[in-house]
Design a protein around this ligand. Sequence first.
Ligand code: BGP
Length: 467
Amino acid sequence: MLKLPKDFVFGAATAAYQTEGSTTVDGKGRVLWDQFLEEQGRFSADPACDFYNQYPIDFKNAREFGITSLRVSIAWSRIFPEGYGKIEPRGVAFYHRMFKEMKDNGIEPYVTLHHFDTPEALFVKGDWLNKEMIDHFTDFATFCFEEYKEIHFWITINEPTTLAKQQRITGTFPPGAKYQFADCFQQQHYLNLAHARVVNKFREMNVPGEIGVVHAIQTVYPNSEKEADRLAAIRQDVLENKFLLDGTLKGSYSPELLEIVESIIKANNQSMIKITSDELAELEQAAETVDFVGVNYYYSKFVESYDGPSEFIHNGTGTKGSSKRKLAGVGQEVLREGLPTTDWDWPIYPQGLGDTLRRISQDYPNVAKIYITENGLGKKETPDENGEIIDTERIEYIENHLKEVAKVIEEGVRVAGYFIWSYQDMFSWTNGYNKRYGLFYVDFETQERIPKKSAYWYKELIENNKK
Ligand code: BGP
């Protein structure tokens, strides 16, 4: 039987744009996704799982299933429809209502301030590549700290790596730019800086709570013992993980790290990024006080050296084997023989979570605790003839990852909690609605919720762990 510490937090995760729907309701401003998705014409985030209206049902379900912590995010453009300036009182009131409902159901909110939903008015001005964005984000965060006194746990930014890479290199997030390595690293630096500035503000204001950042970590391994593959894996890790981990948790970039950054940028005939000493001072100050880091882990990457041009094809349909991931100046991802993959070509490798947790603990000893802020399995699902969803594969996936967590805790790594992605089925940014992760199945036509087998399994796990 899986045993975790008595005070271990068992939660589940959500994000505003993926759940709320009601994207044009109560004065909400547009975000970067609205036009991008309209132009693609494949799917929209309305009504998603209608969390804007269904949240009382979702929280009641959570209470019944023993889930006492949920990750939610505040949609910036519900509060500041233009990103700054005019405040929308209906948006402000919505989150007070929502947080109250959570508390009334005995649920602790873990609140993300930026989960991929930059207001459109700021997106068109350059988004995270425009330094002005950092000031506006800090003002939005400051407003939230003053307004939502009921919140204890704050997360600055969700997955800076995903934002920077998918907005600038893979073209899968708006604006859909491809292979802009310099922009990707510049944006990573500005995301590190935005996180730091908000943490420093939080301290200056003496907010009585905790604050951290959430990183997506895909653990990178060389696919062979060959030196060229080892170097490719180092570059891939710098591009996706290390630059952000060091920037937010160490508060500095070593000369060796910057050399690798420069070599990737130069290999793509682009100009090196700009970093000032004042900016570095901000990073350093924040890294000294950060309370926790969240790790979102889904899969690991196995990398080989590659000398050709970039070629990235995203599998956004769940057609196994349809993706290609080769990046000039970095390396190519390959599927390791014998490892299972999801329909979206994500290799399932629980050890990768253990290795990442050990790495964070060793390399960033100043970080007091780690939460797994997302982990889960995306699947195509429909209820069976009895109206049930028997998601055995998901249970296995979660259990195997939690076993890794239990193992590293035994070794002394301070992991404080685990949030399943996702709490209920919802909208997926680049995949729409056929990639389901929820503990609760959602019929997107009727908005009916059905607990999956995994929800019952999780409930039992939580109860057993309390004994
Ligand atoms: C993370 C995001 C989530 C969520 C999840 C699953 O990157 O923080 O918002 O979407 O991944 O990803 P996907 O929906 O692409 O399968």
